[in-house]
Design a protein around this ligand. Structure first.
Ligand SMILES: Cc1ncc(COP(=O)(O)O)c(C=O)c1O
Length: 442
């Protein structure tokens, strides 16, 4: 499975963005996150083209939770997308990148007063309000400041996407958003309208889940959301000017996973929107989307160095398991542990050799942090560079210092050039924030 600009070069090595991955590993060390800039840009452009050509009043924002550094925020700004931020840290990154404030959406199911203050300070374009506590806090702040904030209300449409239970977000039983069924969402709309002009209610938002490999749950959610817009008009006279349908489109972690193309996805989504607008007789709102994984996921790979290799007997076929240990693991990619996520890998320096060794790729943490079970790769040797595919989303973003590991570096590669966008942490970084009370030195 070669993704984006990946190819096998004349040395038989995996190349991405015109850079030999074995050279990248030598130059920057491992583990190393590598982002294929041309592919990220192509995905941004394809999203915009696919939706804007079918529904001109579309605004696509990148969901920064998937992968955010200051350089990524700059790239997103250059491509003309908005940016969804979900914490003070993500917002601060956008600010440091000079990201246009009016194109920021501020998310979160428990925003603090300090986070909302930051949103006022930087004039964030839209705040996506999740709950009554936040709505009251925001309205009071806006009144005190004699100012006004544009908001969307996040609602739970009550649809159940068929994806891992920990990445479902739009079902009835969720911590996210206002419930439609129990009347909370309608009450929230009334409260927001009463808080005008300090609160400008622009529309409603939903996000149903992630890694969805077809558009069927989006279609279900669109029906619920547009039906809800109709019922709001009937109950309050208010017409939503904006409808945000979140992100959620899946990617290829394995060759056999086949998400729809962006054109096919847009065709289905826009057809179902137009159909719902006509059926429910509602004025067409502007459409907002917030893809994360499908913009950056396939554009990323992680390079590791292979170390210890062990063969152990097992009762089932083929009677043995080959553990191939790499120099990272759950601190740079916790997703297999969190969601039983699957990945594919190849030995970067042996990209033309047959993948005839079934290996289990093990991390080096004090847990059974298996990155990939039983995956075919070329015969591995200590010192080989292993490339794990499709790690662009929710890997760098979810990295930790477990076992006091240093977080890996991240590079953007483009046309043969590799640029650091996040430096590797040093051992001094690991202890930088430690403090030792005097009595412990005696
Ligand atoms: C509110 C919201 N928008 C967008 C996204 C991005 O989703 P994805 O990466 O699946 O496109 C998420 C992911 O959790 C989210 O919670």
């Amino acid at each position: 499975m070669l993704l984006g600009t990946q190819r096998v070069n004349s040395r038989g090595h995996l190349e991405v963005g015109g850079c030999d991955t074995v050279d990248l590993a030598r130059r920057f060390g491992t583990p190393l996150y590598v982002i294929d800039e041309a592919t990220v840009r192509a995905n941004c452009r394809s999203y915009r083209a696919a939706f804007e050509s079918r529904y001109p009043r579309t605004d696509v924002s990148f969901a920064g939770k998937a992968f955010l550094t200051t350089a990524m925020a700059r790239l997103v700004a250059q491509e003309g997308l908005g940016l969804d931020v979900a914490s003070a840290g993500e917002l601060y990154t956008a600010i440091k990148a000079d990201f246009p404030a009016e194109k920021l959406l501020f998310h979160g199911n428990n925003k603090s007063a300090a986070e909302l203050e930051l949103a006022f300070q930087y004039n964030v374009g839209r705040i996506v309000v999740d709950n009554f506590h936040e709505l009251a806090m925001l309205a009071a702040m806006a009144r005190d400041k004699k100012s006004s904030r544009k908001i969307l209300l996040r609602v739970a449409p009550g649809v159940d996407p068929h994806t891992h239970r920990l990445i479902r977000t739009g079902q009835e039983d969720t911590k996210f958003g206002f419930n439609i069924k129990n009347g909370d969402a309608l009450s929230a709309v009334r409260q927001a309208l009463e808080a005008a002009p300090h609160i400008q209610l622009a529309g409603i938002h939903c996000h149903i889940g992630s890694q969805l490999l077809d558009a069927s749950t989006h279609v279900e959610a669109i029906d619920v959301m547009v039906g809800f817009i109709r019922s709001l008009k009937d109950a309050t006279g208010w017409s939503a000017q904006e409808l945000d349908i979140g992100g959620g489109l899946g990617i290829r972690y394995l060759a056999e996973q086949l998400p729809p193309t962006l054109d096919d996805f847009a065709t289905t989504v826009i057809a179902s929107l137009k159909d719902a607008f006509a059926r429910y007789d509602v004025d067409e709102p502007a459409l907002l989307l917030e893809p994360g994984r499908s913009i950056v996921g396939e554009a990323g790979l992680t390079l590791y160095t292979i170390g210890a290799i062990k063969t152990v007997p097992i009762p089932e076929d083929p009677g043995q398991r080959i553990y191939v240990a790499i120099d990272g693991g759950m601190s740079d990619n916790p997703r297999p542990q969190l969601y039983e996520s699957v990945y594919s890998a190849l030995v970067a320096s042996k990209a033309t050799l047959p993948a005839d060794t079934v290996a289990t790729i093990a991390g080096k943490h004090c847990e059974t942090d298996i990155l990939i079970w039983n995956t075919p790769i070329a015969e591995p040797k200590p010192g080989d560079v292993l490339a794990v595919q499709s790690t662009g989303a929710y890997n760098y973003a979810m990295a930790s210092n477990y076992n006091r590991f240093t977080k890996p570096a991240c590079v953007f590669v483009l046309d043969g050039q590799a640029d650091l966008v996040s430096e590797r942490e040093t051992l001094d970084d690991v202890v930088r924030l430690d403090r030792v009370p005097e009595r412990l030195w005696t």
